[in-house]
Ligand binder design. Structure first.
Ligand SMILES: [Zn+2]
Length: 361
């Protein structure tokens, strides 16, 4: 009984010591130290229990239960304290970092739209005023929509013109030709998706981001923005195409803007034309302050878009009767138009995060 009495007293002292030590703790580090002192390898409770072996079975049970209960109480008290310290820490942060939403923010440097977004929206507004609808499509496209359905089958030489970013072999290795995935090289796949899913007549534009594996220079970047247009219905002619592009470019770049149509070849249009716009940087003179204009390579014209009458094979591939219906399509680089609109000599500069440039618009 002697041992039991001493041990009970020891446990009582331990309990008191623990409680007063715990009350003074305000950091997680100090709490960890206390935990190791009372419950760690050399824990104080264990030292007391070392004497239990000399007790009778009943005494062992009494002391054992008391010690175990105390141990659980210690654990619970430590957990509660840890939560208390954490709450205090977060309350302090909350008080320090509270945001007063009623306070005004200086409005002199709020940022603004990027010239490319600005140009895209200008173009969208003009086309919408002419009755066009905006369509969108995926940037990761399959081969069928990006090439095959546009009359560029697997073995077509025109595929060499597009330096394509293919999605990794890991993804494409089990796919059939046509299903393989790539970063779309143009916005034209959206034309296919629209023709296959919508009733005629169709009158859409597709602004969006496209990707080419390009050598970068003043007019080429590997990531750029295109705006594609498609009109399909009865009696649509090349004259409609010319009028549309002429109207849009004059509204965007000014009444004096001239367009030049050059015969060209595209697999998805017949006949096809490349359209140049008179260079706004050098006013068509080819020179800027006696130097060669880099935007138009001193020719006075900037190649702006490709266009043409939708090829009958493309129409038929989208279940449209090419004898009854016709259509025109065009695709333009928004970056180049932005460069012309804002007189920026290299469209690559739009991607260089130069605030000095962006802040001017
Ligand atoms: Zn020029």
């Amino acid at each position: 009984m002697k041992y039991t009495g001493i041990m009970k007293e020891q446990l009582q002292t331990l309990q008191t010591d623990f409680s007063s030590a715990l009350a003074n703790i305000i950091t997680q580090e100090a709490l960890k130290e206390l935990e190791s002192e009372y419950l760690g390898k050399k824990w104080k409770l264990k030292a007391i229990l070392a004497g239990v072996k000399d007790l009778s079975i009943e005494e062992k049970k009494t002391i054992g239960v008391a010690a175990n209960t105390m141990k659980n109480e210690f654990i619970e008290a430590l957990v509660n304290k840890a939560r208390e310290i954490e709450d205090a820490y977060f309350n302090e942060i909350e008080a320090k970092e509270a945001i007063d939403v009623t306070i005004g923010y200086p409005s002199d440097n709020l940022g603004h739209k990027h010239p490319i977004s600005h140009t895209s929206e200008l173009l969208e507004d003009i086309f919408i005023s002419l009755g066009f609808k905006i369509e969108d499509g995926p940037q990761v496209e399959d081969e069928l929509h990006n090439f095959d359905k546009l009359n560029i089958p697997h073995n077509h030489p025109a595929r060499d013109v597009w330096d394509t970013f293919w999605i990794s072999d890991e993804v494409n290795k089990d796919k059939d030709i046509g299903e393989r995935l790539l970063l779309r090289t143009h916005t034209s796949p959206v034309q296919i998706r629209t023709m296959m899913s919508q009733e005629l007549p169709i009158k859409i534009i597709v602004p969006g981001r496209v990707f080419r594996y390009e050598q970068e220079d003043a007019r080429h970047t590997c990531n750029f923005y295109q705006l594609e247009g498609l009109v399909v219905g009865e009696g649509v002619t090349f004259g409609d195409l010319k009028w549309t592009l002429d109207t849009v470019m004059k509204q965007l770049l000014g009444e004096k803007t001239e367009l030049r149509f050059r015969p060209s070849i595209f697999p998805f249009t017949e006949p096809s034309a490349e359209v140049d716009v008179s260079c706004q940087i050098c006013s068509g003179t080819g020179k800027v302050k006696w130097k060669k204009c880099s935007m138009c390579s001193a020719t006075g014209w900037v190649e702006l878009l490709g266009s043409g009458m939708v090829h009958p094979t493309v129409l038929e591939g989208c279940w449209i009767d090419s004898k009854k219906y016709s259509g025109f399509a065009f695709g333009m680089g928004i970056d180049r138009i932005a460069a012309q609109r804002f007189w920026v000599s290299s469209s690559r500069m739009f991607y260089q995060n130069k605030l000095k440039l962006n802040e001017q618009f």
